[in-house]
Write a new protein. Structure first.
Length: 117
């Protein structure tokens, strides 16, 4: 059974930075893709960023140029460096893993990020 755990959320002022981390362990992950999603109160899940096994990345339009995703495949960890944070970035951030099956099968419990104005 794969376990996904996020860490690093918190409260920060607008314009500040936070770094989130995600670790995946257990099971058989193969050449997996890891991604970040977020959900603000009253809104749908929003794609934030993804990083493939090869290191290829993509970002949601609202975070391009401000957020950077990276991973350490040897340690099954992924990080999200968030800079120039805005109040609209406030949300619960979720880490998700696609174990090369075309869908995000494993999800973490989420970590709260709050950006004050």
């Amino acid at each position: 059974q794969v376990q996904v755990v996020e860490s690093g959320g918190g409260l920060v002022q607008a314009g500040g930075s936070l770094r989130l981390s995600c670790s995946a362990s257990g099971g058989t992950l193969g050449t997996y893709t890891m991604a970040w999603f977020r959900q603000a109160p009253g809104k749908d899940h929003e794609f934030v960023a993804r990083i493939g096994w090869s290191g290829s990345t993509s970002y949601g339009d609202s975070v391009k140029g401000r957020f950077t995703v990276s991973r350490d495949g040897a340690k099954n960890t992924m990080s999200l460096q968030m800079n120039s944070l805005k109040p609209e970035d406030t949300a619960v951030y979720y880490c998700a893993v696609d174990p090369a099956v075309g869908r995000y099968t494993y999800w973490g419990q989420g970590t709260q990020v709050t950006v004050s104005s």
